[in-house]
Design a protein around this ligand. Sequence first.
Ligand SMILES: Cc1cc2nc3c(=O)[nH]c(=O)nc-3n(C[C@H](O)[C@H](O)[C@H](O)COP(=O)(O)O)c2cc1C
Length: 413
Amino acid sequence: MTQVISNRRLFSTRQMETVARKRLPRAVFDFIEGGAGSEIAVTRNRVRFDEIALVPRALRDCSGASTEVTLFGRRYAAPFGIAPMGFADLVRPGTDRALARAAQERNIPYVLSTAATTSIEAIRDIARENLWFQLYPGTDEAMATALIQRALRAGVETLVVTVDIPVPAKRVRDLVNGLAIPLRPSLRTILDVARHPAWLYRAARGERPAMANFAESKGGLSGLAHAEFVSRQLSCAALDWQRLERIREAWPHHLVIKGILNPEDARIAAKLGADGIVVSNHGGRQLDSAPAPIEVLPEIRAAAGEDLTIILDSGVRTGDDIARSLALGADFVLMGRPFLFGVAALGLSHGPAATIEIFRDELLNTLIHLGCASPGVLDRRFLWPRQPGRAAAQAAEPGESLARSAPKPAIRH
Ligand SMILES: Cc1cc2nc3c(=O)[nH]c(=O)nc-3n(C[C@H](O)[C@H](O)[C@H](O)COP(=O)(O)O)c2cc1C
């Protein structure tokens, strides 16, 4: 049954964010928290979650409730994983490794970013079968193919191909702080870093961050020159579905396309043979006028059908948000920023595990409140205003007349 861990000081991801804000230099915190443009999409991601009410069912025996789910043939402890995040070691050297370790120990997926500063092979030794790899196909197809081969050799079974950065985003906070490539930190940024000696000390003692997943493919380049080179490679305005078809042919295991917001694209992804999609606006970090993934999710589920695995990210901050996502048609969710704030607030050994446990405890608590013994029971009938459920879930409840409730849109705005 859900238990608060006794030695923990922080009980919500919001609290972790508040502590992280104090611990991290402003430029690093802004890099993580910030979004594109006026940050409308970042706000929208949260607002749309908060609008969704879930209606509990009373008197359903949930004494054996569990958060476990099966995804791509594997049993996971909960229906969520850690989203890919480049430059995560900016929080603290060793962040990628610490997240991977916690994911392995607590049996959730860890998605290593192309832009991580730790190599696929190093993380594979830690995360083992819980490792997924995220690929930016980028401009250089040969380089992407080399990364796919490395992921294959490392035994990765799920490849996540991110398609929502046709061009680098305009992130105003990073521009103001001088945290852009080439790096030109403002005087304010330099002074602020000096005011965070603990962060500075760890950064100075740790390995110098380098683009570890490109070291092999572009030997010789390191440090900033490397980061600049790689950032030019990652975005690609010329990317098209033919390129995705070639990736599908090259990748024999589970393939997930990340950054889908349009139902038509979800349909194409399914037709192309993708096993799943991540409905995502990149945490509001790319297109500022993008819709929140949670509000397009019902249409995407309707377009994609029941066979395509739908993963959602962007703005998930509580167990209730996970339940809301599953009720609206997602099979699984990813969280990004909360894990980095967890590391900043509680350190490498406690932060990642505490963040996973907060999400898992909250989800279990929510499931039991709703009268759901497992995440798979959640469907649209838990939404208010009442919705018709998915066919399979309806069959599970004989005698319940769904006709009594008039179908209405899940989220109105
Ligand atoms: C610091 C940071 C770095 C990110 N780097 C990547 C990346 O390298 N590849 C990718 O596909 N998404 C990247 N993302 C987006 C996340 O994978 C995910 O879509 C997003 O963080 C989800 O929103 P949330 O942070 O509100 O949970 C990054 C996000 C953050 C915050």
